[in-house]
Every structure is written in structure tokens, then in C-alpha cells.
Design a protein around this ligand. Structure first.
Ligand code: HEM
Length: 409
């Protein structure tokens, strides 16, 4: 536009952000007719941005650091000092390679196989279930086994309680948040012990756990045990979080059965379905960055240290980037799409930058679960299917009550 981004009139927008949740940034962009605006959050000046042009600017290589870029509480629950998100440049690329190295075709297939086993072992057929309650334990067991951790030694129920608390507590302020922090500490103590035992040589060879335990930083040193433990949680916890997308997939399936029925009967179509779930349903709202190098965007100058929030969900549903953006239409992913308009897990190249390295694993698990759901011909009794958009992370009010049929043998 050439004119600097507008300043909101309100002195601080924290309460509006809490009230409006996923819609806070995009509503104001729509109203102002801009790709962003400036305001204060928790009294700190911030520039909020939305849309593919903003995503491209935000994800330009080396431009932003994640250090000092998220509110403190979120940081304490979802990442940690010394972990991959807090690193930059060569050290970051090296650590990131550890995660990317797990996303091989064999690794993804194994994750799908384990999910199918655990899904079937959970015995959900023939009774009414609340999917949001069933899926977490299934994914916790899948994640532990995928990493190479014996279920007998891992107390999966405690681990599930901890991971849910970290995922759900990230955006809470108050007692819920403190409970999540306590559980996080318990989880870290467990993970340090897992690393210690793995280093004594008992991890299955080539398992993610063994690789993490053996990983060396660029100077050849093993990771400190607490850092390795945090990275183990950075692997396990988000796998459990995929359950949120699986619940949304069920929501789409029962609210728009005709869309599912019209899909071509191919594995690709299941991925398009999953992509549309990831695009349209609210999960990860926005990502924070702090500017490292001076740049201009739409006539606005940015200086080192400036705080920027990129609206991921708002970009995924940007009316300027997507025709009929709120329509659930998996087939839109059958065509080439603007890579900076589809950003549910960040954007930019995989090898460097901070884009989620677990995206392929997320897509694989979501496609597998969607196939399993469909095969069990879900029926949804009357229930509250609304999704409150001011609760982060969002979920259907009912948790998705379903009646599933036993899968055919
Ligand atoms: C980073 C979303 C699943 C591991 C991220 C980021 C987002 C995200 C938005 C930050 C991108 C940025 O800073 O620019 C999600 C969502 C998931 C998911 C919505 C769905 C459940 C996973 C999975 C893994 C994973 C399954 C496991 C491998 C990570 C790691 C980072 C990350 C290690 C930090 C990467 C870095 O800083 O270089 N994720 N993610 N995520 N994610 Fe995911």
C-alpha cells in the first residue's frame, strides 16, 4: 500500500485478544483493509500481520528469531531454553536436522501402523465414545512406541495427562497454567530419566530416542541431558496434539458427509481432506517473531528487536488468498496452491527456518485416522457441535460424541 500500517486507537489490545481469540487479528485487518496493524499486547508494542505477503516477509530466511517472541507462559509450556525453537543460524539448522531426519517414508509408515494398532486396541467400536477423550491416550501410546520407548516403563496415563496439560494450558492464565507447569516439570523429570537409560545403551537402535540420545552438537558434544529431555518432549507432545486435528476431521465428516462422499477414492484425496482440516479449523493461532535485521513491509519499516505476530489461522482463511475461504472444500488442494497462504504449521523452506518439522508426520497421522474413522462409519448423536473461537486451543463443545461400528475384519 505504501502507507505505514495503522495504529489501533486502544492503548492496549490484550483484553480484545483474549475476548476474540482466533479472530482478533483478521477482524481488524478486514475492517482496516490492510495486511496488518500496530498495537500493544501486555503493554508491549507489537505489529500484527496477516496474509500470504506477510507470511513471505515473516519467513524470509534469517529475518526473525523466536527468542523473546512469545508470551512467557506459552514459552514455558511449549518450548524451552536450549531447545530447537530458541536456536538460530548454524546451530539451529544442525539441531533441526535431528527432527527432519525422522520424517523418512519408513518413519511415517511406522507411525501410521502404530496408530492403526493402538486405535484398534482401544476397542472403540459398538459403543458411544467422546473422541476428544479417547484419541489422546491412543496417540500417547503411538508416540511413545514410535520414539522407541517401552510402554510398560513409561506410565502412558501420566504422560498423557502431562501432554494434554501442556497443550491445553499454553494459552491459560492462572491456576490452569500453574497446574500445567507443575505437570511439565514432572514430565521433564521423566524424560531426563528416559535419556539417561537410553544413553546406557538400551534404546532400540535407529529409534528416534536412540538418535536423540546420541545426537551431538556441531562441536561434537552430546546434548546436555536436560536439553535432550526437552527435545524428547518436543517430539512426543505435538504427536499427541495431532488428536485435535483428528477430532476436527470427525467434525467435518459428520457435519458435511456429502463432501466426504464426493472425494475420489485415493490416498491423495485423504491428504487433501487433512489439508483442508488443517487449513480451516482453528488450532495454532499465530506465531511470534522478533526482528533480527532491518526490513520494509508494505511501507512499514521494521528494526531489530521489533515484536511481530503473524496470524497463521487468519492467513489460512484470508479472503484475499482463498476463494470462499470458510467453505470446507478438500478439492481446492488438488490444484497448486500459494505456499505462503497455507500456513497451519508455519511456512518457508523445510531445511532452515522454524517451520514445523513435524508437518509430514502430522499429515500422515491425520490421513490414517481419517481413514480409520471413515471405515468405522461414524454416527453422531445430537450434541453441541459448536467450536468456541475465543478458546485457544479450540475444540467442539461436545468433544465429538460418536458411535463407531466395529471395522470389518
Ligand atoms: C514448530 C505447529 C505437529 C515438532 C511448530 C510451529 C508451529 C507448529 C506453528 C512454529 C513455526 C515457527 O516458529 O515458525 C504444529 C501443529 C501441529 C504440529 C499445529 C499439529 C499437531 C508437530 C509434530 C512434531 C512437531 C507432530 C513432531 C515432530 C515441532 C518442532 C518445532 C515445531 C520441533 C520447532 C521447529 C523449529 O523451531 O525449527 N509447529 N506442529 N510439530 N514443531 Fe510443530
Amino acid at each position: 500500500t505504501g502507507t505505514p500500517l495503522p495504529h489501533l486507537k486502544a492503548p492496549d489490545s490484550t483484553l480484545s485478544l483474549l475476548r476474540e481469540g482466533y479472530d482478533f487479528i483478521s477482524r481488524r485487518c478486514d475492517r482496516l483493509g490492510t495486511d496488518g496493524f500496530r498495537t500493544r499486547l501486555m503493554l508491549r508494542p507489537v505489529t500484527c500481520l496477516r496474509g500470504p505477503r506477510a507470511a513471505r516477509a515473516f519467513y524470509a530466511p534469517g529475518r526473525m528469531t523466536r527468542r523473546g517472541a512469545m508470551p512467557g507462559g506459552v514459552l514455558a509450556l511449549l518450548q524451552d531454553k536450549g531447545s530447537v525453537q530458541g536456536l538460530d543460524d548454524a546451530a539451529h539448522r544442525h539441531r533441526r536436522g535431528l527432527f527432519l531426519g525422522l520424517m523418512t517414508p519408513e518413519g511415517l509408515d511406522r507411525a501410521r501402523d502404530l496408530l492403526r494398532e493402538e486405535w484398534q486396541a482401544a476397542g472403540m467400536g459398538g459403543r458411544e465414545i467422546v473422541l476428544a477423550e479417547e484419541i489422546g491416550p491412543i496417540l500417547t501410546r503411538t508416540a511413545l512406541r514410535w520414539c522407541g520407548i517401552e510402554l510398560e516403563d513409561a506410565a502412558p496415563r501420566l504422560r498423557h495427562e502431562e501432554f494434554e496439560a501442556m497443550i491445553g494450558g499454553a494459552a491459560l492464565i492462572g491456576p490452569g497454567h500453574w497446574r500445567a507447569r507443575l505437570l511439565r516439570r514432572r514430565s521433564e523429570a521423566w524424560a531426563r530419566e528416559v535419556i539417561r537409560i537410553a544413553r546406557a545403551g538400551t534404546a532400540p537402535p535407529h529409534s528416534p530416542l536412540a538418535r536423540l540420545a546420541r545426537h551431538r552438537d556441531p562441536s561434537g558434544l552430546a546434548l546436555p541431558r536436560d536439553v535432550a529431555a526437552v527435545e524428547l518432549l518436543n517430539l512426543l507432545r505435538p504427536i499427541v496434539a495431532v488428536g485435535r486435528f483428528i477430532v476436527f476431521s470427525a467434525h467435518a465428516m459428520v457435519t458435511q458427509p456429502e463432501v466426504f462422499a464426493a472425494l475420489p477414492d485415493t490416498p491423495r484425496a485423504l491428504e487433501w481432506w487433512g489439508d483442508e482440516v488443517r487449513r480451516l479449523y482453528p488450532f495454532f493461532p499465530a506465531i511470534g517473531g522478533r526482528v533480527r535485521e532491518r526490513f520494509d513491509f508494505e511501507g512499514q519499516g521494521f528494526a531489530p528487536g521489533d515484536w511481530v505476530l503473524l496470524d497463521l489461522h487468519g492467513t489460512d482463511t484470508d479472503p484475499g488468498a482463498w476463494p470462499d475461504p470458510l467453505r470446507f472444500d478438500p478439492m481446492r488442494h488438488a490444484q497448486a496452491r500459494n505456499a505462503f497462504a497455507f500456513v497451519p504449521q508455519g511456512a518457508g523452506p523445510m531445511e532452515s527456518g522454524h517451520r514445523c518439522p513435524g508437518e509430514a508426520l502430522t499429515a500422515a497421522l491425520l490421513a490414517e485416522a481419517t481413514a480409520l474413522l471413515h471405515a468405522s462409519r461414524p454416527e453422531a448423536p445430537p450434541q453441541d457441535l459448536r467450536i468456541a473461537r475465543n478458546r485457544v486451543p479450540a475444540a467442539p463443545v461436545s468433544g465429538m460424541r460418536l458411535r463407531l461400528q466395529e471395522p470389518p475384519p
